[in-house]
Design a protein around this ligand. Structure first.
Ligand SMILES: Nc1ncnc2c1ncn2[C@@H]1O[C@H](COP(=O)(O)OP(=O)(O)OP(=O)(O)O)[C@@H](O)[C@H]1O
Length: 704
């Protein structure tokens, strides 16, 4: 089908042609025939790179051109940024915005956009606020809809869909995924037509590697040189003019394998990389990295055409690696399997070095087929590679057949709902009541009967079951003071509504309130401790907990000294070092955290610390509210209290520069407003341009 034949605005067709899209891919033709441009609800389950996103983007812009809004939901903030970039192709045809942070806001200004890219949680939170513009939404897209099976994020998606249904919005719904086992069931629940296809723009060959040979699923074999599997497979791909993406199961092995491959690249008789280009990218990475140690380690590899990619790297650095790989400057990227969803990097050969990983709770576990498919699907760059290859590494001859059956021929797991588990149900019951979606047990039952979880219950007593689960959730929420019941009617208390708006898990909110109420003394470590008790927080697991900090926490709070206490105290110690302005590299070394981890902590603290402050305010603990706000601001910026005025107000001034300004006597915005460009420009790390900018900013702020 030629794009000119599509029922679309001529300007939109022109953009497609400019992007090089002339003929639709076969699954796209099916989607068009199924009614994607006629407002029909669709579930598109087609292979990676088969053009799902392109269609959903076009449908969004079409909706915009028809005067309605489109909401485009993605699982990760980084993917939201990427999506925003994709939408820039459509130029002025649609005003596209992004909304991923700050749950406690209904984002009135979003109304100014035609297309809004959101994360799942942000979309659910927006629906809880019920902004006035909801009525003008004409399309909701959910990308990577297999997240429905995720224990925490799945219920968020179900809740979104239940709310959209409840509101009776006349919206089209489009779900996208390459990997849903029970696509028919999900489509039937969504009331959507299913378009499913295994067509790929680049043929995919899948195989298992053992003892120097790749055994392909079609029975053919390929012999490679001897040596470590990952190295042999990567070098073979690069020597053949391609690139390789290697997935492994731990951060430390991404670094170890990348180093070994870099050595092999350097030792190869043929010149496999362009050293000048590689060196220039390496320099960029050093400049962008907040950790000198990790930055140098990575840059050293990039200079040899290889990189590691894991959650320890900050987003800017990950972006540079991804871009370098897309441009072909980097030939091999070694990534953790857990990051597979977040890396949109096609490569000629994908190597799955480990099919097992270590879970702190479950121990060793095999990766699901869904994850294997997500990784394997990245093999083959459309328009650049004649084929793609996905190779999984076996550790023994006997495993070859096992892996072939389990992964290459295996069926992707069914998506199973988790919304009826008690913690999830409590959270979404409060969200539904707090957002005005239900006012009685009956209405709650009605609301949750729109979920996949209900759809999947197979007993004839399913309504009775749902009713009893909902009633227990309500009882628990009443006990915590977030809801009240009057016969059949249920209400969210003011506090409960606030918890729902802050997008807090009710159990966490109840814990915060309990700890704040019983606090005996105002202590920074105790505030950090309280916020960190949320189960969402990762914990620092290395080293010994500091006794001094433990004592400070215990003098203020009534808590048990158990294993969890130890872990939280270690994390408190790390954040204390950060807000006492300890050098970043020292923190990374002392607590064995990496820049990417620290960014995750800060992001979470921004949300949960501010939420805890709001709760304190609501229960009349004004002093705690102010202290929590201050501690949260200090965590966000990594500074002592005296620097807050400068770091919060001035663009281009972070913790290091603010400290320099302060120590040189520029302690307030007023001091800076009075300074001359020459004075500030001569400080270490400040140039003339930056000096001009911050003086100008300070003058405006203090109306100098
Ligand atoms: N009909 C087409 N003709 C040419 N190029 C196309 C066509 N459709 C999509 N593309 C291009 O192919 C690439 C992959 O498309 P897209 O990202 O939409 O696939 P996808 O199925 O959403 O992949 P993923 O599962 O990774 O999200 C993009 O660069 C896109 O611009």
């Amino acid at each position: 089908m030629d794009v000119s034949e599509l029922p679309l605005d001529a300007r939109l067709i022109a953009v497609l042609k400019e992007r090089g899209v002339r003929e639709l891919f076969p699954p796209q033709v099916e989607a068009v025939k199924a009614g994607i441009f006629d407002g029909v609800n669709l579930l598109l389950c087609t292979a990676t790179a088969s053009g799902k996103s392109l269609l959903a983007e076009v449908a969004s812009v079409k909706t915009a051109l028809e005067g309605k809004m489109a909401l485009y939901a993605v699982p990760l903030k980084a993917l939201a940024q990427e999506k925003l970039l994709h939408f820039s192709y459509y130029g002025k045809l649609a005003r596209v915005g992004i909304s991923t942070g700050d749950f406690d806001s209904e984002d009135k200004r979003l109304y100014e956009y035609d297309v809004v890219v959101v994360t799942y949680e942000k979309l659910d939170s927006l629906l809880r606020h019920r902004p006035s513009w909801l009525g003008s939404v004409g399309l909701v897209v959910v990308d990577e809809i297999h997240y429905l099976g995720d224990p925490k994020r799945g219920p968020v998606l179900e809740s979104i869909i239940a709310k959209v249904r409840h509101l009776g919005l006349r919206t089209q719904f489009i779900g996208l995924s390459a990997t849903v086992g029970n696509a028919e069931e999900v489509a039937s629940w969504l009331g959507a037509r299913l378009v499913s296809s295994s067509w790929r723009p680049v043929p995919l060959r899948e195989g298992v590697y053992y003892g120097g040979k790749i055994y392909f699923a079609d029975g053919s074999k390929k012999s490679l040189g001897s040596g470590e599997a990952e190295i042999a497979l990567a070098i073979d791909a690069v020597a053949g003019g391609g690139q390789a993406l290697v997935f492994t199961n731990s951060r430390s092995s991404t670094v170890r394998i990348a180093k070994a491959i870099a050595q092999a690249v350097a030792a190869h008789p043929a010149r496999l990389i362009n050293p000048a280009e590689a060196q220039s990218l390496a320099n960029e990475v050093i400049n962008a990295s907040t950790s000198k140690i990790i930055g140098r380690e990575l840059a050293d590899l990039i200079a040899r055409g290889v990189a590691f990619h894991n959650a320890g790297l900050e987003l800017e650095v990950r972006r540079l690696v991804e871009e370098g790989f897309r441009r072909g400057v980097i030939k091999v990227v070694v990534s953790t399997t857990t990051l597979a969803a977040g890396v949109n990097l096609p490569a000629r050969r994908v190597v799955i070095a480990d099919y097992e990983r270590f879970d702190p709770v479950l121990g060793r576990e095999e990766i699901p087929v869904l994850e294997y498919r997500q990784m394997a699907g990245r093999a083959g760059r459309p328009g650049m590679d004649p084929y793609g290859e996905a190779v999984i590494v076996a550790r023994s001859r006997g495993e070859v057949d096992y892996l072939m059956e389990r992964y290459l021929r295996g069926r992707v797991e069914d998506v199973k709902s988790h919304i009826l588990s008690a913690p999830n149900l409590r959270s979404h019951v409060l969200g539904a009541v707090g957002g005005g979606y239900a006012k009685s047990i009956d209405e709650l039952v009605d609301f949750f009967s729109n979920t996949l979880g209900y759809h999947q219950v197979k007993t004839s007593l399913k309504t009775a079951l749902l009713r009893s689960k909902v009633a227990s959730a309500v009882d628990e929420l009443i006990k915590w003071g977030f809801m009240e019941r009057d016969g059949e009617l249920v209400y969210a208390t003011e506090l409960g509504r606030q918890v729902a708006r802050l997008y807090l898990d009710p159990e966490t909110a109840a814990r915060y309130i309990g700890l704040l109420k019983s606090m005996r003394k105002e202590a920074v470590s105790a505030y950090l401790y309280i916020v960190l008790t949320a189960p969402d927080f990762p914990r620092v697991r290395r080293g010994k907990a500091s006794r001094e900090i433990a004592e400070e926490v215990l003098s203020a709070l009534d808590v048990e000294e158990d294993e969890e206490f130890e872990e939280i105290v270690k994390t408190v110690a790390m954040l204390r070092a950060w807000i006492e302005e300890e050098d970043e590299d020292k923190i990374y070394e002392r607590f064995e955290v990496a820049p990417g981890d620290l960014r995750v902590y800060l992001d979470l603290f921004d949300w949960l610390g501010n939420a805890a402050a709001k709760l304190a305010g609501m229960i009349g603990l004004e002093g705690h509210r102010r202290n929590l706000e201050k501690v949260t601001a200090r965590v966000i910026y990594g500074v002592r209290e005296e620097l807050l005025e400068l770091v919060t107000a001035l663009r281009g001034v972070g913790r290091v520069r603010a400290r320099i300004l302060y120590n040189f006597g520029f302690r307030t915005l007023r001091d800076i407003a009075r300074a001359s460009v020459r004075e500030i420009a001569s400080l270490p790390g400040f140039g003339e341009k930056l000096a001009e900018s911050i003086i100008e900013q300070a003058r405006q702020l203090v109306k100098f």
